[in-house]
Design a protein around this ligand. Structure first.
Ligand SMILES: [Zn+2]
Length: 330
């Protein structure tokens, strides 16, 4: 925690232990990264990973994290097996954590984990291509903590078209398999995520979904025009579903290199979509460059301070740190 964190910021963090909607740490764990040990980023400016581990989450006062499950956009091996390997890596870390890392699902979800002083985890699957055209793996993965599914990642898949990447044109929207996938996910309590979806795929998911829809890690086009950032119509459409938008910390999405720019995106989501919409979706340990004062969870106080400096009400800050995500997932 920053030394000079004002009392009101510290109080907000203690009262609303933050939940991050998207971190790609399992991709590092596949390479031998030990989630239970403290790390220092190895590239200058904390570029491209080594952002997240349990000691730093706890030092920052975090209550939970959603791990992104990423598989190759082109078929290099069995991607269903790759997902299960990543689930297993996190489960083994939790088992070895002495009760400090535990799965968020079950009766009490994030709230119960917080009551026991643990950091809670859940999973988001990044791209339906990982299913290899199947729906049957979803049920078992949901039991192991899969709580949201990002319909597309960086490639066209059997379900839909990505915002950008391999096969992004033409934009055909959701396929027949995609519509079956949306229905299956909603039946299993897996939330739909349109963070990487094309405009038409996103519209099709929003038209079909009966439960809240999220964008787990995204920026705001009105603050920084960028190919994957959400325009105000998309922000209002997601808000109408009762979903959340997690603001990504990648400087290429933010248009700046400070926690205050993250705060600007969060503030815009609040003003346009209402106080139940904004959330944190760092994408720590993904392929991003991070703000210099938001390099890892120990610096989350800088974001709270920036929000307070912008006169965002404490009630709204508590919601965007934690309570909005809890409302959707607990
Ligand atoms: Zn992503």
């Amino acid at each position: 925690m920053e030394r000079d964190l004002p009392a009101d910021a510290a109080e907000l963090l203690a009262g609303h232990p933050p939940i991050d909607l998207h971190a790609d740490t399992p991709s590092l764990m596949r390479l031998g990264y030990d989630f239970l040990r403290r790390h220092r980023p190895w590239l200058p400016g904390a570029a491209l990973g080594w952002h997240l581990d349990l000691p730093r989450l706890r030092q920052g006062g975090f209550g939970g994290v959603f791990f992104g499950l990423v598989t190759a956009p082109v078929r290099l091996g069995d991607r269903v097996a790759s997902v299960e390997r990543q689930l297993g890596l996190v489960e083994r870390a939790a088992a070895a954590s002495g009760g400090r890392l535990e799965r968020a699902d079950g009766a009490g979800g994030f709230a119960a984990a917080a009551g026991r002083g643990a950091v809670a985890y859940a999973f988001g699957l990044e791209g339906a291509h990982a299913l290899e055209g199947r729906l049957d793996p979803l049920e078992g993965w949901a039991r192991r903590g899969l709580r949201y599914l990002t319909v597309t990642h960086f490639s066209r898949n059997a379900a839909g078209t990505p915002r950008v990447g391999l096969g992004m044109r033409p934009d055909d929207g959701l396929t027949g398999f995609g519509r079956a996938l949306v229905a299956a996910c909603e039946d299993l309590g897996i939330t739909l995520d349109v963070a990487h979806a094309s405009v038409r795929t996103r519209a099709d998911v929003l038209a079909q979904a009966r439960r809240p829809v999220i964008a787990s890690h995204a920026g705001v086009a009105a603050v920084h025009p960028m190919w994957r950032n959400l325009d105000d119509d998309a922000i209002r459409a997601l808000a109408r579903t009762g979903g959340v938008v997690g603001v990504i910390y990648g400087t290429q999405f933010l248009g700046g290199r400070t926690a205050d720019v993250v705060a600007a995106h969060l503030e815009h989501l609040w003003r346009v979509g209402g106080e139940d919409l904004p959330a944190l979706g760092s994408d720590w340990d993904g392929l991003i460059l991070v703000p210099r004062d938001l390099r890892d969870p120990t610096q989350i106080g800088n974001l709270v301070r920036a929000l307070l400096d912008r006169r965002v009400p404490a009630r709204v800050i508590g919601k965007l740190l934690r309570e909005n995500v809890r409302r959707v997932f607990d």
